[in-house]
Ligand binder design. Structure first.
Ligand SMILES: [Zn+2]
Ligand SMILES: [Zn+2]
Length: 376
């Protein structure tokens, strides 16, 4: 079958790989209909992880069940399914608590497994014609049959739940205000989620005009940090009061306006603008170490952010990957009922064969390349 494999930094190709096959009775094989390129795929693409050569990338997957293992009781051939990027066993201590992003079984020695990702277990990704899905009765979410809402439902595998999770980690309540760092796909999903949850003011900080336009489309007030210090802009916009909540949706490769990496820059801003006793949700990726990175502290996974001010203001912070299964069923129903349309961020739909081109444009942050969906 055809799949997109990682060869080395900024080098990915679509090539023939061994067919996905049932390896355990609880597996299914899914024929992929949509697989998105994620901003977090770019960390691997840029050579900033230890992902192995030859790995098939892709953790944002949906498709049609094509084959079921002998232990599958719920799913049937022909079911249309969304696959959470987290692979979870469904019965370990963390899965039992609903913390499926931190499954203790699927990736021994580590809390959490995922499709097609560095350090997240031996699982191939779905930027391919077919995908093996472990513990599929537990992991797969069934979708209404047909092809309707394909670009909306395909956001259920990661970024819609992840954006939603960012707002929940921040403690957002109806009528509160929130500042979101980053208008990439996750930041935009956080903005839409905040609006659905009844936030009264949503500020989204970025410097790319195409993304800031989409932030406005999501009902948020865009804050362009190329026009000046974002903390100052938010303080001015709120009459010096600041916001109730903050969401970090950039991660450690955050840049300042000059293009220099500032791993703590986004948290620095949030600690300044979130009012005393407010909360911050961090869903941007921060790795345990970044040995080849430019920042000395971050090489060891350490981050210098204003902890003193954070403490003095009595702020709280929630962190970590989204437990997709905690949210995806409800978010699916919001889409089905026409109350959420996360597909609005999609700028490009491409054949799997063109995937390398998609990576190149998306990685270069070219104007208008906000989200790429591959159709094998
Ligand atoms: Zn993703
Ligand atoms: Zn588990």
């Amino acid at each position: 079958m055809k799949a997109l494999v990682y060869n080395g930094p900024r080098d990915v190709t679509v090539t023939d790989v061994p067919d996905a096959r049932i390896e355990s009775p609880t597996d299914v094989i899914v024929r992929i209909t949509s697989a998105n390129i994620c901003g977090s795929d770019l960390h691997m693409y840029e050579g900033r992880t230890d992902v192995e050569q030859g790995k098939t990338l892709g953790h944002e997957n949906m498709g049609i069940v094509e084959e079921v293992g002998s232990g599958i009781t719920r799913l049937k051939v022909g079911d249309r399914v969304s696959l959470p990027f987290n692979i979870a066993c469904g019965h370990c201590r963390n899965c039992n608590r609903g913390k499926t992003a931190f499954c203790l079984e699927v990736n021994p020695g580590f809390a959490g497994g995922a499709f097609g990702y560095a350090d997240m277990g031996p699982y191939q990704g779905g930027q391919a014609e077919h995908l093996r899905v472990p513990f599929a009765d537990f992991n797969a979410l069934r979708l209404p049959a047909g092809t309707e809402h394909e670009l909306d439902y395909t956001m259920l595998s990661d970024i819609f739940p992840t954006g939603w999770h960012g707002t929940r980690l921040s403690g957002l309540e109806p009528g509160e205000s929130v500042a979101i760092m980053g208008a990439g796909p996750v930041g935009l999903m956080a903005a839409m989620s905040a609006r659905i949850q009844g936030a009264d003011q949503v500020y989204v900080v970025d410097q790319h005009p195409d993304r800031l336009r989409l932030a406005e489309r999501a009902g948020a007030t865009p804050v362009d940090f190329s026009a000046g210090d974002p903390a100052q802009q938010i303080m001015e916009a709120t009459g010096g009061v600041g916001v109730d909540r903050g969401v970090e949706a950039v991660g450690w490769q955050a840049h300042d306006h000059s293009g220099e990496e500032q791993p703590a820059g986004t948290l620095d801003t949030l600690v300044q603008v979130v009012r005393a006793t407010g909360g911050i949700g961090v869903v941007g990726v921060f790795p345990p170490q970044d040995p080849n990175g430019p920042d000395e502290l971050m090489q060891q996974g350490r981050l210098a952010f204003p902890f003193g001010q954070f403490f003095t203001k009595g702020l709280t912070m929630g962190t970590g990957q989204a437990d997709v299964k905690k949210y995806n069923r409800q978010l699916r129903d919001l889409i089905t009922q026409g109350k959420a349309d996360p597909g609005f961020i999609v700028s490009h739909e491409m054949d799997l064969a063109q995937a390398a081109e998609g990576y190149r444009h998306f990685d270069a942050r070219e104007d208008g390349w906000t989200k790429v969906v591959l159709h094998p």
